[in-house]
Design a protein around this ligand. Structure first.
Ligand code: 5GP
Length: 175
Protein backbone atom coordinates (compact mmCIF):
# COMPACT_ATOMS: atom_id res chain seq x y z
CA UNK A 1 0.00 0.00 0.00
CA UNK A 2 1.33 3.48 -0.88
CA UNK A 3 1.80 6.03 1.90
CA UNK A 4 0.67 9.61 1.65
CA UNK A 5 1.84 12.33 4.02
CA UNK A 6 -0.63 14.95 5.13
CA UNK A 7 0.78 18.12 6.69
CA UNK A 8 -0.33 18.76 10.26
CA UNK A 9 2.08 21.58 11.11
CA UNK A 10 3.97 23.42 8.38
CA UNK A 11 7.64 24.39 8.61
CA UNK A 12 6.55 28.04 8.91
CA UNK A 13 4.13 27.34 11.78
CA UNK A 14 6.82 25.39 13.62
CA UNK A 15 9.47 28.08 13.05
CA UNK A 16 7.20 30.80 14.45
CA UNK A 17 6.34 28.78 17.56
CA UNK A 18 10.00 27.85 18.13
CA UNK A 19 10.90 31.57 18.01
CA UNK A 20 8.25 32.28 20.66
CA UNK A 21 9.45 29.45 22.90
CA UNK A 22 13.05 30.64 22.54
CA UNK A 23 12.03 34.15 23.55
CA UNK A 24 10.16 32.93 26.64
CA UNK A 25 13.07 30.72 27.71
CA UNK A 26 15.54 33.57 27.14
CA UNK A 27 13.51 35.86 29.41
CA UNK A 28 13.06 33.24 32.14
CA UNK A 29 16.73 32.23 32.34
CA UNK A 30 18.30 35.66 31.85
CA UNK A 31 21.66 35.83 33.73
CA UNK A 32 21.45 32.13 34.67
CA UNK A 33 23.53 29.38 33.04
CA UNK A 34 21.25 26.92 31.27
CA UNK A 35 21.86 23.31 30.23
CA UNK A 36 19.65 22.10 27.39
CA UNK A 37 19.25 18.32 27.56
CA UNK A 38 18.11 17.08 24.15
CA UNK A 39 16.35 13.72 24.24
CA UNK A 40 17.56 11.65 21.29
CA UNK A 41 16.78 10.92 18.68
CA UNK A 42 13.45 12.66 18.20
CA UNK A 43 14.38 16.14 19.47
CA UNK A 44 17.55 16.63 17.42
CA UNK A 45 15.95 19.03 14.92
CA UNK A 46 13.64 20.80 17.38
CA UNK A 47 16.53 21.11 19.85
CA UNK A 48 18.84 22.54 17.20
CA UNK A 49 16.31 25.16 16.15
CA UNK A 50 15.32 25.95 19.75
CA UNK A 51 18.95 26.39 20.82
CA UNK A 52 19.40 29.02 18.10
CA UNK A 53 16.24 30.80 19.23
CA UNK A 54 17.57 31.14 22.79
CA UNK A 55 19.60 34.31 23.22
CA UNK A 56 21.65 33.48 26.32
CA UNK A 57 25.44 33.75 26.65
CA UNK A 58 25.73 30.82 29.01
CA UNK A 59 23.78 28.02 27.37
CA UNK A 60 25.23 24.55 26.94
CA UNK A 61 23.82 21.48 25.21
CA UNK A 62 23.96 17.84 26.23
CA UNK A 63 22.26 14.70 24.93
CA UNK A 64 20.34 11.87 26.48
CA UNK A 65 19.58 8.84 24.37
CA UNK A 66 16.41 6.88 25.15
CA UNK A 67 14.48 4.08 23.57
CA UNK A 68 10.82 3.64 24.41
CA UNK A 69 9.45 2.52 21.06
CA UNK A 70 10.18 -0.53 18.91
CA UNK A 71 9.43 -0.59 15.22
CA UNK A 72 5.72 -0.01 15.77
CA UNK A 73 3.67 2.97 16.89
CA UNK A 74 2.65 2.08 20.43
CA UNK A 75 4.57 2.80 23.63
CA UNK A 76 6.21 -0.12 25.40
CA UNK A 77 6.29 1.89 28.62
CA UNK A 78 9.86 0.73 29.15
CA UNK A 79 12.47 3.48 28.96
CA UNK A 80 16.00 2.44 28.22
CA UNK A 81 18.92 4.90 28.43
CA UNK A 82 21.06 4.32 25.35
CA UNK A 83 23.36 7.35 25.77
CA UNK A 84 23.98 9.26 29.01
CA UNK A 85 24.85 12.94 29.54
CA UNK A 86 28.50 13.79 29.00
CA UNK A 87 28.70 16.25 31.94
CA UNK A 88 27.41 16.43 35.54
CA UNK A 89 24.36 18.64 36.10
CA UNK A 90 24.72 19.13 39.86
CA UNK A 91 23.74 22.70 40.78
CA UNK A 92 22.74 23.51 37.17
CA UNK A 93 19.47 24.77 35.70
CA UNK A 94 18.38 22.04 33.31
CA UNK A 95 15.80 22.20 30.53
CA UNK A 96 14.79 18.84 29.06
CA UNK A 97 13.97 19.23 25.37
CA UNK A 98 11.60 16.56 24.06
CA UNK A 99 9.86 16.08 20.72
CA UNK A 100 6.52 14.79 21.98
CA UNK A 101 4.79 13.87 25.22
CA UNK A 102 2.45 10.98 24.53
CA UNK A 103 1.76 8.72 27.55
CA UNK A 104 4.21 10.85 29.56
CA UNK A 105 6.07 7.76 30.78
CA UNK A 106 9.37 8.68 29.11
CA UNK A 107 9.49 12.20 30.51
CA UNK A 108 8.34 11.19 33.98
CA UNK A 109 11.17 8.68 34.07
CA UNK A 110 13.78 11.13 32.72
CA UNK A 111 12.67 13.88 35.08
CA UNK A 112 13.06 11.55 38.08
CA UNK A 113 16.42 10.30 36.81
CA UNK A 114 17.87 13.80 36.36
CA UNK A 115 16.50 14.92 39.75
CA UNK A 116 18.66 12.30 41.48
CA UNK A 117 21.74 14.15 40.12
CA UNK A 118 20.91 17.22 42.24
CA UNK A 119 20.46 19.93 39.58
CA UNK A 120 19.35 23.39 40.74
CA UNK A 121 16.17 23.03 38.69
CA UNK A 122 14.66 20.80 36.01
CA UNK A 123 12.04 22.07 33.57
CA UNK A 124 10.52 20.50 30.50
CA UNK A 125 10.11 21.86 26.98
CA UNK A 126 8.19 19.74 24.48
CA UNK A 127 7.29 20.60 20.91
CA UNK A 128 4.14 18.46 20.95
CA UNK A 129 1.68 17.07 23.49
CA UNK A 130 -0.99 14.41 22.92
CA UNK A 131 -3.13 14.75 26.08
CA UNK A 132 -5.58 12.04 24.93
CA UNK A 133 -3.03 9.30 25.63
CA UNK A 134 -1.66 10.59 28.92
CA UNK A 135 -0.96 7.87 31.50
CA UNK A 136 0.94 9.98 33.99
CA UNK A 137 0.75 13.70 34.81
CA UNK A 138 3.79 15.58 33.50
CA UNK A 139 4.19 19.34 33.90
CA UNK A 140 5.30 20.77 30.56
CA UNK A 141 6.76 24.20 31.28
CA UNK A 142 7.18 25.20 27.63
CA UNK A 143 4.89 23.62 25.05
CA UNK A 144 4.82 24.11 21.28
CA UNK A 145 1.52 22.56 20.19
CA UNK A 146 -1.23 20.33 21.59
CA UNK A 147 -2.29 17.76 18.99
CA UNK A 148 -4.94 15.09 18.59
CA UNK A 149 -4.25 11.39 19.04
CA UNK A 150 -2.59 10.78 15.66
CA UNK A 151 0.81 9.21 15.02
CA UNK A 152 2.96 12.02 13.63
CA UNK A 153 6.26 12.04 11.76
CA UNK A 154 8.79 14.60 10.56
CA UNK A 155 10.90 17.37 12.09
CA UNK A 156 12.89 14.72 13.97
CA UNK A 157 10.04 12.26 14.61
CA UNK A 158 10.25 8.89 12.89
CA UNK A 159 8.26 5.88 11.84
CA UNK A 160 10.67 2.90 11.99
CA UNK A 161 13.55 5.43 11.57
CA UNK A 162 12.06 7.03 8.45
CA UNK A 163 10.75 10.58 7.95
CA UNK A 164 12.95 12.29 10.58
CA UNK A 165 14.28 14.57 7.84
CA UNK A 166 10.90 16.04 6.84
CA UNK A 167 10.93 19.83 7.43
CA UNK A 168 7.28 19.73 8.61
CA UNK A 169 5.13 17.50 10.86
CA UNK A 170 2.75 15.20 9.09
CA UNK A 171 0.46 12.23 9.45
CA UNK A 172 0.87 9.06 7.37
CA UNK A 173 -2.21 7.98 5.48
CA UNK A 174 -2.47 4.68 3.60
CA UNK A 175 -3.77 5.09 0.04
P1 5GP B 1 5.71 8.59 25.90
O1 5GP B 1 6.65 7.93 26.85
O2 5GP B 1 5.28 9.98 26.31
O3 5GP B 1 4.52 7.71 25.59
O4 5GP B 1 6.43 8.65 24.51
C1 5GP B 1 7.43 9.51 24.23
C2 5GP B 1 8.17 9.07 23.02
O5 5GP B 1 7.39 8.22 22.15
C3 5GP B 1 8.52 10.28 22.18
O6 5GP B 1 9.75 10.82 22.58
C4 5GP B 1 8.56 9.70 20.78
O7 5GP B 1 9.85 9.18 20.52
C5 5GP B 1 7.55 8.56 20.80
N1 5GP B 1 6.27 8.98 20.25
C6 5GP B 1 5.12 9.23 20.91
N2 5GP B 1 4.14 9.62 20.07
C7 5GP B 1 4.69 9.63 18.84
C8 5GP B 1 4.19 9.98 17.54
O8 5GP B 1 3.02 10.37 17.31
N3 5GP B 1 5.08 9.90 16.53
C9 5GP B 1 6.36 9.47 16.69
N4 5GP B 1 7.12 9.42 15.60
N5 5GP B 1 6.87 9.14 17.90
C10 5GP B 1 6.04 9.23 18.95
Amino acid sequence: MAERLVTLLSAEQIAERVRELGKAITEDYRDRPLVLVLVLKGSFIFGGDLARAIDLRDCSVDFLGTRSYGEGTSSSGVVQITHDLSNPIEGKDVLIVEDIVDTGLTLAHLHDLLRTRRPRSVRICSLLHKPARSKIEVKIDYLGFTIEDRFVVGYGLDFAERYRNLPYIGVIEQE
